[in-house]
Write a new protein. Structure first.
Length: 76
């Protein structure tokens, strides 16, 4: 999975589960940062949500599930 595919998955899931717009959730999610798999072998990506407390709570809950299914992503 690429970083852009991961972002699309997060956005579509949040819109479906919580409502709102993709643009609003994209702003709340922020950029996906990729890390070197040599130093982050279990999960090579991260993000820092910057939405409201409620949005961040939804995002963090989703990330727990998504990290288990897609721990390693590539650039793109």
């Amino acid at each position: 999975m690429t970083a852009s595919e991961l972002q699309g998955l997060l956005l579509s899931t949040l819109v479906r589960q919580a409502g709102g717009s993709q643009r609003g959730w994209r702003l709340a999610i922020g950029p996906i940062r990729l890390h070197d798999p040599a130093t982050h072998p279990h999960c090579n990506w991260s993000l820092t949500p910057s939405g409201t407390a409620r949005e961040n709570e939804r995002i963090e809950a989703l990330l727990d599930t998504v990290r288990l299914r897609h721990p390693i992503v590539t650039a793109g």
